[in-house]
Structure formats: structure tokens, C-alpha cells
Design a protein around this ligand. Structure first.
Ligand code: PLP
Length: 392
């Protein structure tokens, strides 16, 4: 039974541990260092657990870098499409690596890193101009992308002061797209690799997904390391793979209205609590289970949501905001939904908590943790002050 108020994110430590064990194996087999991409998952109460395996974290801003420095431990890396000078001064006081997105930013700011009194490695993000067929909004190699320096832009420039390169090009991809991307990097930038001390192959590696080709990833990385023995450190910085299938969003049906089909209005909102469902877009897995007690996956007795018409009762699940499009999707279940029923959305740990908003003053989901022993603990509950404090 789940006795807690909803909406609530419930992160399952046993599921996190399963992901961490896979990442530990990649580290062991390849000698790579693995960082958590904070943009995907910033639940700092579980960072001590993640730090047992991961070498540090990567940040996209001063605030993430500070969170990483304060709460994660290990290495802090930072990259943004552009930094202001003030950002760069703060980053230089927090990060171990900073990767710039253009030669102009590099020339403007590398002295700040050098004069920080700390050891701050400077890197440059490259664009290998090799797309692996993802949606354009998730493809840093799409035409006219602002992310990364194309090889042509290296003409007349030097890598003075740069100790490493960074390439993030993938999104939810298997090892074969990575292997092809690596070939493109070596083809375009191969002459620069003998001068590097490190290289970072970004995120988008769906390493912990069932069926992911771990052997190919490890073989590809190990072969790369053997070809480039001068590159001391190879980094990966997955976000999604760290928290994949490790948490849920629990919601309660508030009302069921009828207009062509039953529409269940929930206390969880697509627009406020799972915006990637609209942005990406994608269709989450959902289930109902009176016996559910916070596990990341449905139990054997769960009524799993199927495509419309597959089970007896098709229903639309939607949020309570004013937005007509605040619709999570249509599913069918064994029994009709009634006010007070619980529905559980799967795989809601990553790119959710970090993206929530309080549009319409909608309540932010509480954050709960389910320990390996099954005990549930409320880590954080939100209220009116959290809404008010972002406004003035
Ligand atoms: C530079 C960089 N590193 C790492 C990541 C993490 O990617 P993912 O969560 O898909 O593994 C991203 C995602 O956008 C990114 O832009």
C-alpha cells in the first residue's frame, strides 16, 4: 500500500543500484571515468549512494556546478553553449574541467581558469557533424547547430591551453551509433588526438537500458584507448542512464469527465510535472496497482495501461491546469477509473524533477525515497512558499 499524498516522485534505491552496478562494470572493463549529468537527475539526497560508483558530475551552469561541488564530491565538469565573464569566474572557482563552445569563448576566458589558483582543465566542444537520426531538437549535429566547433572552424586556430575535447552527440542511443560517431570523430579530428590528455564522449549512451550492447560499448572504448595511449582519461557523462527506470510519479484521479471518452483529471500535470512527454514527445508507461508500495516497476497483479481499445476501459489521463493540451495520453485498463484511484507513471526519475514548474500554482510533487528494505521516506514536500519564492 502507498499511504502518501500525491503527486509524488518515488525513487527506488534498489533500481538506482541496478543502474550503478552496470555503470561500475563499464568502468571496470574500460578504465573510463563516468560522471552524472546533473541536468537529467539532481536528487542530491541519493548522491552519496551514486558517488560510490561515479567519479563526479557534469554541470550546465554555475548553479549546477555549485550543487555538484557541494553535494556530489569527486570531479565537477562544466559546459554551456556560452558563459558570461561572471559565470566563468564562478565556474573557475568550482569546477575541475570547463569546456568552452567556441574559440572566441576559449580565448576570452581561458586566462580566468589559468589564474584561478586551482587546477582547471580547459576543453573545447567539437561538432563531429555526424547525426545518428535522432529528433532534431535532440541532435547537436543537426544543420546549423550552435553546439560544438566544426572542423572547418579550426582553420587558423591553435589548441593552445586546451587539454581535452568534448563531444556530445547522442540521445537515448545504443553502442553501435556511438561506435559510428567515434569513427567520425577520429576521421575529422584524428590529427588532434595525439595532443590531448582527456576526451569526453558526453551523454546519450543508454547504457542501463535492457538489451543495450554493453560488450560493443566496452570493446569500442577499449580499442579507442589502445589506439590513443596518450589520452589518459576518457569520460562519459550519461544522465538518463544513471536514473533510467529508477523512479515513478504517483498521481490520484480527482474527477472523471466525459467527452467522447472518459477523461480522468489527475493531480499530476503533463505540463508541470512531466513536460518531456509533450516536448519530446513520448508516451510513458502507466499502471494501477492497489498493492503498490513504491517499487520502480509494476508488481505481478498490476493493471498495466495498454493502447486504447486493448483492454475493456479506455480513458484519457490529463492534468488539472487550464492548458487544453495538458494531456498525458490515452490508455486502456481492466476496470474504469474512479475519483480517488491511483495511477503510477513509470520511468519518471530523470528529466522530470529537474524540469517541474508551478504553472497555475499547481503543487510540486513531493520527493520520496524507497530504501532497499522497502521503507518509504519523504525526502522533501513542497508547499505554497516554494511557489511564492520564485515570484515577487
Ligand atoms: C553536454 C551534455 N552532456 C551530457 C548530457 C546527458 O545526456 P543523457 O541524459 O541523454 O545521457 C547532455 C544532455 O543533453 C548534454 O547536453
Amino acid at each position: 500500500m502507498f499511504p502518501h499524498p500525491t503527486p509524488a516522485f518515488v525513487v527506488d534505491e534498489a533500481a538506482l543500484d541496478r543502474n550503478l552496478a552496470i555503470l561500475a562494470e563499464v568502468k571496470r572493463r574500460t578504465g573510463c571515468r563516468i560522471l552524472l549529468a546533473l541536468k537529467a537527475f539532481s536528487m542530491f539526497s541519493v548522491f552519496p549512494r551514486m558517488r560510490r560508483v561515479l567519479d563526479g558530475c557534469c554541470a550546465s551552469s554555475v548553479h549546477e556546478a555549485r550543487l555538484g561541488r557541494e553535494t556530489f564530491g569527486g570531479e565537477v565538469h562544466a559546459f554551456a553553449a556560452a558563459f558570461s565573464e561572471a559565470d566563468m569566474r564562478e565556474i573557475a572557482a568550482l569546477a575541475d574541467h570547463v569546456t568552452l563552445n567556441s574559440f572566441a569563448q576559449l580565448r576570452l576566458f581561458q586566462h580566468i581558469a589559468a589564474e584561478s589558483g586551482r587546477t582547471v582543465a580547459c576543453g573545447l566542444r567539437i561538432n563531429p557533424e555526424h547525426s545518428e537520426g535522432t529528433a532534431e531538437i535532440y541532435d547537436p549535429c543537426a544543420p546549423r547547430s550552435r553546439l560544438g566547433v566544426r572542423r572547418a572552424a579550426f582553420a587558423g586556430e591553435t589548441l593552445h591551453g586546451v587539454t581535452g575535447l568534448h563531444a556530445h552527440t547522442l540521445c537515448e542511443q545504443d553502442a553501435a551509433p556511438f561506435a559510428r560517431t567515434l569513427a567520425a570523430i577520429e576521421q575529422r579530428f584524428g590529427d588532434l588526438l595525439p595532443r590531448l590528455a582527456w576526451i569526453n564522449f558526453g551523454g546519450g549512451h543508454h547504457i542501463t537500458r535492457p538489451g543495450y550492447d554493453l560488450d560493443l560499448l566496452c570493446a569500442t572504448l577499449a580499442a579507442f584507448r589502445a589506439r590513443h595511449p596518450n589520452i589518459e582519461t576518457v569520460y562519459l557523462e550519461p544522465g538518463e542512464a544513471c536514473a533510467l527506470n529508477a523512479g515513478t510519479l504517483a498521481a490520484t484521479v480527482l474527477d472523471v469527465v466525459e467527452n467522447g471518452l472518459p477523461i480522468a483529471i489527475l493531480d499530476a500535470s503533463c505540463a508541470c510535472h512531466m513536460p518531456d512527454v509533450m516536448e519530446m514527445p513520448y508516451r510513458p508507461r502507466v499502471f494501477r496497482d492497489a498493492a503498490w508500495s513504491g517499487q520502480a516497476e509494476p508488481g505481478p497483479a498490476a493493471d498495466r495501461g495498454c493502447d486504447p481499445g486493448v483492454k475493456a476501459h479506455t480513458v484519457r489521463l490529463a492534468g488539472a491546469t487550464c492548458l487544453a493540451g495538458d494531456i498525458i495520453g490515452d490508455w486502456s485498463f481492466d476496470t474504469p477509473l474512479r475519483p480517488g484511484d491511483r495511477v503510477i507513471f513509470e520511468d519518471m526519475a530523470h528529466y522530470t524533477m529537474v524540469k517541474t514548474n508551478t504553472f497555475n500554482g499547481i503543487r510540486l510533487p513531493a520527493i520520496l525515497l524507497r530504501g532497499p528494505d522497502g521503507a518509504l521516506r519523504t525526502v522533501r514536500a513542497f508547499g505554497y512558499q516554494d511557489f511564492k519564492s520564485r515570484l515577487s
